[in-house]
Design a protein around this ligand. Structure first.
Ligand SMILES: C[S@@+](CC[C@H](N)C(=O)[O-])C[C@H]1O[C@@H](n2cnc3c(N)ncnc32)[C@H](O)[C@@H]1O
Length: 202
């Protein structure tokens, strides 16, 4: 396939580093949707070919930005996005499309995304805090599967010496942020009675 790396056995190494905003998601709703659709198409191609992305393809993949900023593509009342919606439905399985749509519905319930260091950007009190913080002990990062080790941002993985730095900070400040009777839960907590397989030990 044109432009794909020619050696199927070549491991997925190296990373694309954006050098300017122009290397990331384009601005504008329609352009973002088109960039996202392109990335899904490209991923399908790569998966089918069973090959890693070469440098050029990685640069294209970096233009992905997800659907949070462009929820209108899922809104059937928005006929201006009918063609893009149809294409997305064709590219994704029914389950994948439903999951993406569900995620957007969750975001749209509040309509805002807060970005910042833990609680810094939150205002007021919340009923439920769901934590999905980094939990890998620093020294174990090297043992992670290649896709996480090579491509996961350090900030998403590194949980400090015992992997619980963020959890400690969140628990310590949770009483300030939880409404009376509120709950703090860790998305990665194993279900009651289930073995914790996140860090299997010999
Ligand atoms: C284990 S990843 C989970 C990512 C995402 N929730 C998911 O399910 O794919 C941990 C996330 O915590 C974020 N993070 C790490 N330290 C943080 C901090 N001090 N404040 C806010 N977010 C932080 C990372 O950027 C990363 O997105």
């Amino acid at each position: 396939m044109d432009g794909l790396v020619q050696q199927p056995q070549q491991p997925l190494t190296g990373r694309f580093t954006p050098s300017s905003q122009g290397d990331l998601a384009p601005s504008g709703e329609r352009s973002r949707i088109h960039a996202n659709l392109h990335v899904i198409r490209l991923l399908r191609e790569l998966e089918e070919a069973g090959r890693p992305a070469n440098e050029d393809k990685r640069a294209q993949l970096a233009r992905w930005s997800g659907w949070g900023a462009v929820p209108n593509v899922f809104d059937e009342r928005k006929s201006e996005y009918a063609a893009e919606r149809a294409e997305l439905m064709e590219l994704l399985s029914k389950e994948e499309y439903a999951a993406a749509r569900r995620n957007i519905a969750d975001v749209a319930a509040d309509g805002r995304v807060y970005a910042g260091d833990l609680y810094d950007t939150l205002h007021g009190r919340v009923d439920v805090l769901v934590l999905n913080a980094p939990y890998v002990p620093t020294e174990e990062i090297g043992l992670l599967p290649a896709e996480a080790r090579l491509h996961g941002p350090r900030v998403a993985l590194d949980g400090g010496a015992d992997g619980l730095d963020a959890q400690r900070r969140v628990s310590a400040a949770a009483p300030l942020w939880l409404a009376p009777g509120g709950h703090l839960t860790d998305r990665d907590e194993p279900a009651p009675g289930a073995a914790d397989r996140r860090h299997p030990r010999p």
